[in-house]
Ligand binder design. Structure first.
Ligand code: ATP
Length: 271
């Protein structure tokens, strides 16, 4: 599904997303609500799709939650990778942007997801190429809705909000900014449980109970969701090869010990 430019309703459900309660609430109000209950939004005089920026360190669930939002709203989802858009359509990125919005309108309701949007609309002065400026202008034209943005919801992601051209962040454009940060201890427990439950539905309650200890261990204190996923895979691989010898097919303390000793946090400094 991460395939670039592909249009489909994602099969990621809320059950696969751990923690991120605040982001979930905000996205429900900004995107799911208007798609599911347009009449109520009209009643309050809100009829323009809002644009959202999800920002924060890598691997904390920005792409995952956006897919769950699309699934919940039964909206189609188009994933665009910012750097790829620039490289793949050298000199024609502007036209590519127009065509993406056209395709999104045709499959509305639709979430147009620009991963690493800062690569398209960076505010670094002097460094913006001519094609960069053209892409920014094409995006602004589409966001301002000259052709109508009805039913098209834009989500952009970035690690750094301060890298984005201010013009993109103004009211009516990408004006909702939602921070998706490293999880705290309780959130890590929730995320690890979510990952284990959804990847391995037959996991026993005793095995699940042990996860709280793992997620609160000092060694996982700076783990992102992606790191917790990597931790799970390490433990499962250890369990798998161990079970050939001892025939125990449940997670053991040794599996998690091995995983904790062999997984490193991927995010260095918090933003
Ligand atoms: P990037 O900035 O690198 O694109 P991201 O914030 O978009 O990162 P995702 O791609 O959504 O991060 O997350 C990577 C993987 O980490 C997910 O596919 C999932 O396995 C796991 N993960 C991250 N956050 C969560 C979460 N809150 N709940 C469950 N799994 C998570």
């Amino acid at each position: 599904l991460r395939k670039e430019g592909f249009t489909a309703i994602p099969n990621v459900s809320w059950d696969e997303v751990g923690a991120l309660k605040q982001a979930r609430k905000q996205l429900t109000t900004s995107i799911i609500g208007p798609i599911k209950h347009p009449e109520q939004y009209l009643n309050w005089g809100i009829n323009k799709p809002s644009g959202v920026i999800l920002w924060g360190p890598p691997g904390c669930g920005k792409t995952l939650i956006a897919q769950a939002v699309a699934n919940e709203a039964q909206a189609s989802f188009i994933l665009i990778n910012g750097p790829e858009l620039l490289n793949k359509y050298v000199g024609e990125s502007e036209r590519a942007v127009r065509e993406l919005f056209e395709r999104a309108r045709l499959s509305a309701p639709c979430i147009l997801f620009f991963d690493e949007i800062d690569s398209l609309v960076s505010r670094r002065e002097g460094s913006s190429s001519e094609s960069g400026v053209r892409v920014v202008n094409a995006l602004l034209t589409e966001l301002d809705g000259a052709r109508g943005r009805k039913g098209v919801y834009v989500i952009g992601t970035t690690n750094r909000l301060d890298m984005i051209d201010e013009a993109m962040l103004r009211p009516g454009r990408l004006n909702k900014h939602i921070y998706v940060g490293l999880p705290d201890a309780d959130e890590r427990v929730d995320i690890l449980e979510t990952i284990v439950r959804s990847s391995r539905p037959h996991t026993s309650q005793a095995e699940l109970d042990y996860l709280a200890k793992v997620a609160r261990d000092i060694r996982s204190s700076r783990f992102s969701g992606a790191d917790l996923h990597a931790l799970f895979v390490e433990a499962a691989e250890h369990g798998l090869s161990r079970s050939f010898d001892d025939n125990v097919r449940q997670f053991t303390e040794a599996d998690w010990e091995y995983a904790l000793n062999n997984t490193k946090p991927s995010v260095q400094n918090t933003i």
